[in-house]
Design a binder for this molecule. Structure first.
Ligand code: COA
Length: 248
C-alpha cells in the first residue's frame, strides 16, 4: 500500500496521505510524491483543482519525528520537504483540503496555503513547534498572522494552543465545518464546483488575490535555516527522544 495515493477524479486531483498506522506522519518519499503530484497538476490541463486529504480519523501528524532526528544529523530539512512546500506555494491551481481528526505541524501549516478548507467538527489543528524546540515552518510565520491576526497566530504557532474546527473557522483558516465523516465528500463537492467555473477566470482571480508568492518562498527558506539550527538543539533532541520513547 502506497503512503500517498493520487487519484484524479474527473478534473479534481485528490492527493491522499495514507500512512495511517503512523497517523500520516510524513516521510521524505511522501513529500516527494506530493511535490510531484502538485507540480504535475500545474502542467496538466485536465486538472482544474487539487484536493489534499488524509484518513477518516487523522489528517496528518506532521513530519515523521524519527526523520527529524536523522535530519539533525544530516544538517537540515530534506530537499523533498522544501520541494513540496515550493510546489504548494507556487501552485497556480486552486487547492481544497478535507481535514478529519488531528492536523499537526505541517498538517496544519499546509492548510494556510489552501483556498478552501473543510473540517469535520472533531478536527483539531495544532503546531507544537516551539514545545518541540523548533520554529514555525512552511511560510506560516508570515502567512498565519496575515490570515488570523498576530494574537491568534501567536497562540497557535508559538504557544502551541490547538484550534478546534469551529475556532479554526472563526480564525478564517477553515471555510466549513461538517459532521465527522462528511469532510471528504463536502471538500470534493467544493472542488467540483471550483473545477466547473471558467478555468482562466479562476486562475486570474486567484493570481490577483494572492499577489507575488516570492515573499512566501523567501520566508520558507529563512524558516528552514532557523529550523536546521533548532533541530540540533538540546531542547529539540530531548523532545524527539521523549516522543519516540514514550510509554503508551
Ligand atoms: N512521527 C513519527 N511517528 C509518529 C508521529 C510522528 N510525527 N505521529 C504519530 N506517530 C506514530 C506513533 O509513534 C505511533 O507509532 P507506534 O504505533 O509504532 O508506536 C503511531 O504513529 C500512532 O500514534 P499515537 O500517538 O499512538 O496515536 P494517537 O491517536 O494517540 O495520537 C497524535 C495522535 C497525532 C496526537 C500523536 O501521535 C502525536 O502527537 N504525534 C506527534 C505529532 C508531532 O509532534 N508532530 C511534529 C510536528 S512539528
Amino acid at each position: 500500500m502506497t503512503d500517498i495515493i493520487i487519484d484524479d477524479q474527473g478534473p479534481v486531483r485528490v492527493i491522499r496521505m495514507n500512512r495511517l498506522d503512523k497517523k500520516n506522519a510524513l516521510t521524505l518519499p511522501m513529500y516527494s510524491a506530493m511535490a510531484e503530484a502538485v507540480a504535475g497538476a500545474a502542467s496538466d490541463a485536465r486538472v482544474r483543482c487539487i484536493m489534499m486529504a488524509g484518513g477518516p480519523d487523522v489528517f496528518c501528524a506532521g513530519n515523521d519525528i524519527g526523520d527529524f532526528m536523522k535530519a539533525a544529523q544530516g544538517g537540515g530539512l530534506g530537499q523533498p520537504i522544501l520541494d513540496f512546500l515550493y510546489a504548494l506555494v507556487r501552485c497556480e491551481k486552486p487547492v481544497v483540503a478535507a481535514v478529519n481528526g488531528n492536523a499537526v505541524g505541517v498538517g496544519t501549516t499546509m492548510l494556510l496555503h489552501c483556498d478552501y478548507v473543510v473540517a469535520g467538527s472533531t478536527a483539531r489543528l495544532s503546531t507544537p513547534f516551539v514545545g518541540l524546540g523548533l520554529v514555525p515552518e512552511a511560510g506560516s510565520s508570515l502567512v498565519a498572522p496575515r490570515l488570523m491576526g498576530h494574537a491568534r497566530a501567536f497562540a497557535l504557532l508559538v504557544m502551541g494552543q490547538p484550534l478546534g474546527a469551529p475556532e479554526a473557522k472563526d480564525a478564517g483558516i477553515v471555510n466549513a465545518v461538517v459532521e465527522p465523516g462528511e469532510a471528504d465528500s463536502a471538500a470534493l463537492a467544493a472542488a467540483g464546483r471550483i473545477a466547473a467555473l471558467p478555468a482562466e477566470g479562476v486562475l486570474m482571480s486567484r493570481r490577483l488575490m494572492r499577489g507575488s508568492v516570492d515573499e512566501i518562498v523567501r520566508r520558507i527558506d529563512e524558516e528552514a535555516e532557523a529550523f536546521k539550527a533548532r533541530l540540533k538543539s538540546p531542547e529539540a533532541q530531548a523532545a524527539f527522544m521523549a516522543f519516540l520513547s514514550r510509554k503508551k
